[in-house]
Structures are given as structure tokens and as C-alpha cells.
Write a protein that binds this ligand. Structure first.
Ligand code: ATP
Ligand code: MG
Length: 573
């Protein structure tokens, strides 16, 4: 046995280095491992990635994953990141979407600098590519009807049959294709197909259509073209033209990879891009499919694509999520090859973590009832020194006015409380946060028995910060001084669908949560909130994190969205 001292030592040293390398590899996701291998083996010398949205809707949280992944890889390997609009299908595309997508990609942190591209700018190269295929005998003009093409294609268990047009001469194909381009034939009457293999076990390889005739005005090229390339042909060309090295897409394209490789090979690109697939991000209790969101928008069930109950990027921004919180979320999710759903509460965890020490913690009363401190001088006002964020001293202090008439939240008072209720009730003493102890002495109700006013007395010796140790109280409640309070509308949200109750009704429609939005129109917030701008966010003590609504707030009319409550059910491992 080779176990003498030297041998052992050598073996050990080698193993440790190996293990170190293994550990490093293991901490990288599978895409990073592929890229590093390609760089090591000289298959590429730089890394170029892209995010290729189709401008047919607003981006959602799933797209954010793709943006951050592609941008992150380019950044990590000192490469380049392109934003490229995959605008080869004019029917569904709109300029409105182009603009919103650019805004969203920038906001989420996908810094594409000046690398903004449009696939439609490559229509000429695509046309030339098609001509090249024809010249190589690798493409032909087919006149079967769509139904016939489907029928000839075969099924998963049955091979396809060759089209009767498959053996046209190269010259005939060239002439026909040019005539197609020149508008000689009606829409849908002919297509150009790649000549691959009608018996391939992969249906995508059974002579796929690569060009169709369609007279449609394109948002970029107008009426210049009446033939348009199909996605599977166009996409690899777009990547190759831009020098993309790693073309990252989601799993549903795995079966299309042989076609992707076929296109870049037959077109003889020198450094062909490589397609890599990863699993889409799915979130529980939200709606991400563009089709469903579009329906909700069109039926007026939600307030546009940026309704804060949606998870489009613009909706998340309007609700008050930050790019940092979304990035943290994506890091927690990781990259994988197997499909799974991530719990929405994980996203909530991330925004809480992000805002926790960044945002001021202020007092807001969402369901107000008046509390009158009967032994406090009538026209007096004093200013309490209140830390802006107890967990972040750097944020300093502010002055919060206190006076005889306050608002407190209705939930913090009960006439007849159950055991273990430590908030305000007749005869009980509580702490008014950052102020005094107050004892409830009386209350007033209206005809229906609803409490309209609470009376109490305060103890001047108990002022917060005075070092008072005379006695303790079990409950602390928040408040705002009535005379200086800022009136606001506050919107509370719940998930728009509930997976436990079933996302769809029997008829296939969405089973919507009727309580997904609650509008509180009569809230009072301490005056430090004055002048808050769109997207500013705060912690309202005991209520959660709130953000100024960018759409409905106006001068003199504060509107807040609750981003998330304070309690969390999600705990990271
Ligand atoms: P949807 O199905 O929601 O309409 P899409 O895939 O049609 O989305 P595209 O504009 O074609 O939207 O997508 C742009 C890029 O975003 C593609 O590379 C796509 O793979 C990626 N992407 C889309 N949805 C997700 C998701 N849920 N998770 C990760 N990446 C996604
Ligand atoms: Mg798509």
C-alpha cells in the first residue's frame, strides 16, 4: 500500500486543493459553472448576455429574475448586458410597452448603458440568412395550408411526412421567396420552411416554418416588410448578430435548442451563442401570466398594469417595493433547472428586511377615535423628542407634537375587554408611545353605541425619557395630536387570489379575493409626513410599511399603500 509519509502528504495536499475548488464550484449556480468552463476552455473570451422581452405587455416579477440573472452574469465576468426588444411579431406589440419596459429594466438595476437593441433592426440580416439557407438547399417555400402543415407534421408517436413542395429547386425557392418579400402573394398563402428532418423525434425539427407572409404595420419598420420571421429562426440570429455568448432562457425552450443550434450552425456564425435554460420563477397567490393580468386590466377589476395588488414591476414599485428587496429575493430563490413555486411571504420578508433600518418609524392612526386628556391644559402643545428609527441611531430624532386632543386607533380601546387585553379600557393605564402614561376615565358613544370619544388623564411625571420608574404599564399605544395631524387615505391589500381556496373557478375564471383591497379614507398621520413624495416610504408603528401612491396622491391629498404588515410567517433557514 502506498501509505508512506511522502505519498500521504502529497495526496492530502492535492485533495485539499481539489476540495477547495469543489466548494467554490458548488457555491456557484449551474449557469456560472457553464460560463466558467467555457472561459477556461477558450470557447469564449468574454461574456455577453441579453434580456429579450417581447413588447406585448408590462414586465413582471418573473422577468425581474431574468433581468437580474443576465445582468448579474455580465457584471460578474466583466462582460456586457444587452436589452433587446424581441419585436418581430407586430400584431401584439406596442410602443407603450417599449417605454414601460425600458423604465422597469432600469429601475430594477439592469444597467444596459447604451446597449439597447431592437430585433426588428435585424430584419435585413434575417432575410439574408433565409436566402443563405435556400442557397444551401436548407430551406424551401411551401404552399400547404396551415391545416395541411399540421397534418403532415405528424405527432409525438408518428413521424411527419415530407411536403410535396420540399424538393423544389434552389432557383425556384429563391425566386418565390423574393416574390413573397415583394408582396406578390396574399397573406398566409406561402411560407418558408427550414429543410431539416420530418422524421425527427423532436417535432420542432420537422421542417419548421421560418418566414410567413403577413401585411402588418410594424412599430419600427412600418410597412417595409410583408414577410416576418418566426421566433425560433429570428432569436438565434438576434443573439449571434449581437455577439451574445450565453443566451439564457426558460425551460420551455429546451426542446427548441436543437433548432437554435441548427440555425447558428447553418448560418455559419463564427462564435455561435449557446442557449442555456433555467426554471421560471413562480410565486404563490399572485397572478403573473400576461394574459390574465391583461384581462383584469381590461375588465377594470384592477387599476391598470401598476395596480399594487399585481406583481408587475410597475405595480411592485407603486406598492413600495425597492429594487434592493427584489434583488435580495432573487438571491434567496437561486437559479435552478426544476420548476417550483416560491412563497409570496418570502418577498414580504425581503422588503421588511430592506426597509427595517432605512425608513423612519412614525405614528399613524388608521381608524381614528378621539382621546381627550382632560387634565392637560387646553391651548398647550409640547414637542416630544422621538427617534426616527430605534434600530438606526444615525437617523436622528424628530419633534412630535403632543396636545390635549389626540387620535388613537379604535382597536386600542375596548369598553369591555377580554382578559389579557392590555390596551385602553375604562380604569386602565397605558403608555402613549414616546409621551405619557394615560388612564381612561370615561367614554362617549353615539345612538348606535359606537364610541365617539374617550376621556383620560395623564400623569406628568411619566414623560418618556424622564427616567420615570414609579410603576409599569403593560400596554403601549400610538397616537397623533389632532390639531396637527395630516389627513390621509390608506389602502390595505391582501393577495388577489388564494391558492388554498383555489385560484380558478369551475368555469376557468379567476377566483378573486373580494378583500384584496380595503380603502381607509379617514386616517391621521403625524405631521412629519407632510411633503412626502411619490414612492417615499415609512414604517407606521404597529401597522407595517407604507408607501406614497404615485398615481393618486396629490398636493394636499396623501394616499398610502401598505407594502407589507410587520408580522412575518416566513423565516429564512
Ligand atoms: P409571460 O409568459 O409572462 O408573458 P414571456 O416569457 O412571454 O412571459 P417575454 O417578453 O417573452 O415574456 O420574456 C422575456 C424574458 O423573460 C424571456 O427570456 C423569458 O424566458 C423571461 N421570463 C419570462 N417569465 C419568466 C419567469 N416567470 N421567470 C423567469 N424568467 C422569465
Ligand atoms: Mg413570450
Amino acid at each position: 500500500m502506498d501509505n508512506d509519509g511522502i505519498g500521504l502528504e502529497n495526496t492530502n495536499t492535492h485533495n485539499e486543493t481539489d476540495m477547495q475548488a469543489d466548494r467554490e464550484t458548488a457555491s456557484k449556480n449551474f449557469i456560472e459553472q457553464i460560463i466558467e468552463k467555457d472561459l477556461r476552455e477558450g470557447k469564449c473570451t468574454t461574456v455577453v448576455t441579453r434580456f429579450p422581452p417581447e413588447p406585448n405587455g408590462y414586465l413582471h416579477i418573473g422577468h425581474a429574475k431574468s433581468i437580474l440573472l443576465n445582468y448579474g452574469l455580465a457584471k460578474k465576468y466583466g462582460g456586457k448586458f444587452n436589452l433587446r426588444f424581441d419585436d418581430t411579431n407586430p400584431t401584439k406589440e406596442k410602443t407603450e410597452f417599449v417605454e414601460s419596459i425600458i423604465e422597469d429594466v432600469k429601475w430594477i438595476g439592469g444597467n444596459f448603458e447604451d446597449r439597447l437593441f431592437f430585433a426588428s433592426d435585424y430584419f435585413e440580416q434575417m432575410y439574408e440568412g433565409a436566402v443563405k439557407l435556400i442557397k444551401k438547399g436548407k430551406a424551401y417555400v411551401c404552399e400547404l395550408t396551415p391545416d395541411e402543415i399540421r397534418e403532415y407534421r405528424g405527432t409525438l408517436t408518428k413521424p411527419g411526412r415530407n411536403s410535396p413542395y420540399r424538393d423544389r429547386t434552389m432557383e425556384e425557392n429563391l425566386a418565390l421567396f423574393e416574390e413573397m418579400k415583394n408582396g406578390k402573394y396574399p397573406d398566409g398563402s406561402k411560407v418558408l420552411r427550414a429543410k431539416i428532418d420530418m422524421a425527427s423525434p423532436n417535432i420542432n425539427m420537422r421542417d419548421p416554418i421560418i418566414y410567413r407572409i403577413a401585411r402588418m404595420t410594424h412599430h419600427n419598420t412600418g410597412d417595409k416588410w410583408c414577410i416576418y420571421p418566426m421566433y425560433d429562426f429570428a432569436h438565434p440570429i438576434e443573439d449571434a448578430v449581437e455577439g451574445v455568448t450565453h443566451s439564457i432562457c426558460t425551460l420551455e425552450f429546451e426542446d427548441h435548442r436543437p433548432l437554435y443550434d441548427w440555425v447558428v450552425r447553418e448560418l455559419e456564425y463564427e462564435n455561435p451563442p449557446k442557449q442555456i435554460e433555467f426554471a421560471k420563477l413562480y410565486l404563490t397567490n399572485v397572478i403573473t401570466g400576461k394574459r390574465y393580468i391583461k384581462k383584469l386590466v381590461e375588465e377594470g377589476i384592477v387599476d391598470g398594469w401598476d395596480d399594487p395588488r399585481l406583481v408587475s414591476i410597475s405595480a411592485l414599485r407603486r406598492r413600495g417595493f425597492t429594487p434592493e428587496s427584489i434583488k435580495m429575493f432573487m438571491e434567496l430563490c437561486g437559479i435552478s433547472k426544476s420548476q417550483s413555486s416560491v412563497d409570496y411571504s418570502m418577498l414580504e420578508y425581503c422588503i421588511r428586511e430592506d426597509l427595517k433600518i432605512k425608513r423612519p418609524r412614525i405614528m399613524a392612526v388608521l381608524d381614528p377615535v378621539k382621546l381627550i386628556i382632560t387634565n392637560y391644559p387646553k391651548d398647550q402643545m409640547e414637542y416630544m423628542d422621538v427617534p426616527n428609527n430605534q434600530e438606526n441611531e444615525e437617523m436622528g430624532f424628530r419633534k412630535v407634537p403632543f396636545g390635549r386632543e389626540l387620535y388613537i386607533d379604535r382597536q386600542d380601546f375596548m369598553i369591555d375587554p377580554p382578559k389579557k387585553y392590555f390596551r385602553l379600557y375604562p380604569g386602565n393605564e397605558v403608555r402613549l408611545m414616546h409621551a405619557y402614561f394615560v388612564t381612561c376615565t370615561d367614554y362617549v358613544t353615539d345612538k348606535e353605541g359606537k364610541v365617539t370619544e374617550i376621556h383620560g388623564t395623564y400623569d406628568p411625571a411619566t414623560k418618556s425619557g424622564s427616567g420615570f420608574t414609579g410603576r409599569k404599564v403593560k400596554g403601549t399605544i400610538h397616537w397623533v395630536a389632532a390639531s396637527t395631524a395630516q389627513k390621509a387615505e390608506v389602502r390595505l391589500y391582501e393577495n388577489i387570489v388564494d391558492e388554498e381556496k383555489g385560484v380558478y373557478n369551475e368555469d376557468g375564471s379567476l377566483n378573486l379575493n373580494p378583500n384584496s383591497i380595503t380603502v381607509l379614507g379617514n386616517c391621521y398621520i403625524e405631521p412629519s409626513v407632510k411633503g412626502a413624495k411619490s414612492y417615499d416610504s415609512f414604517q407606521f408603528l404597529r401597522h407595517g410599511y407604507f408607501c406614497v401612491d404615485s398615481k393618486d396622491a396629490a398636493a394636499g391629498h396623501l394616499v398610502f399603500n401598505r407594502i407589507v404588515s410587520l408580522k412575518s410567517s416566513y423565516k429564512p433557514e
